[in-house]
Design a protein. Structure first.
Length: 189
């Protein structure tokens, strides 16, 4: 048992020596700058109270809320994509220069016809268009009748020409036969 006590004392001595090595000396403590009670009061006055910290904590977003916000926010890539599709100041200025001013639009408005003027104007109505279509159909029917009549006349003329041609051929044959007969008669005389 004495040996156990001796071992225990030895361990305590070693631990005390280690603690002594890590402790500050008197000189180090005197040189250390420590706050006075007044300075501590000033620091305490500047610090937030528990109630103020609770208020701040209540106003701050939770991790889940921050995650939701982060999920809803655009990424750098998305923002870059938006930036690339947006017009530059120069492009906007170019568009602005090509657009009509209020005065120019007023001038155009003054030269344009009003609804009343357009209604008074003579424009083709559906009735007029239908009437024109009917007229065209009548003309087509008349043209068809005339075409048939012309075709019938053509056919009759061709038949007449063919008939006359046949008669001419017959007459030519007769004339040739008569010429031959005349030659024969002349030769016999």
């Amino acid at each position: 048992m004495e040996e156990k006590i001796f071992n225990l004392l030895e361990k305590m001595y070693i631990e005390m020596q280690e603690m002594k090595g890590s402790m500050a000396t008197k000189e180090e403590l005197q040189q250390a700058t420590m706050a006075t009670k007044g300075e501590l009061r000033d620091i305490r006055g500047a610090m937030a109270t528990k109630e103020e910290l609770q208020e701040i904590r209540g106003a701050m977003a939770t991790k889940e809320e921050l995650q939701e916000i982060r999920g809803a926010m655009a990424t750098k890539g998305e923002l870059q994509g938006i930036r690339e599709t947006m017009a530059t100041k120069g492009e906007l200025q170019g568009i602005r220069e090509t657009m009509a001013t209020k005065g120019e639009l007023q001038g155009i408005r003054e030269t344009m016809a009003t609804k009343e003027e357009l209604q008074k104007a003579t424009m083709s109505t559906k009735k007029d268009i239908k009437q024109l279509e009917n007229n065209m159909v009548r003309l087509e029917v008349k043209m068809d009748e005339n075409f048939r009549a012309l075709h019938d006349g053509y056919v009759q003329c061709m038949e007449g020409i063919t008939e006359v041609g046949n008669k001419v051929d017959k007459l030519m044959d007769k004339v040739e036969n008569q010429e031959i007969e005349l030659q024969v008669l002349k030769s016999v005389k």
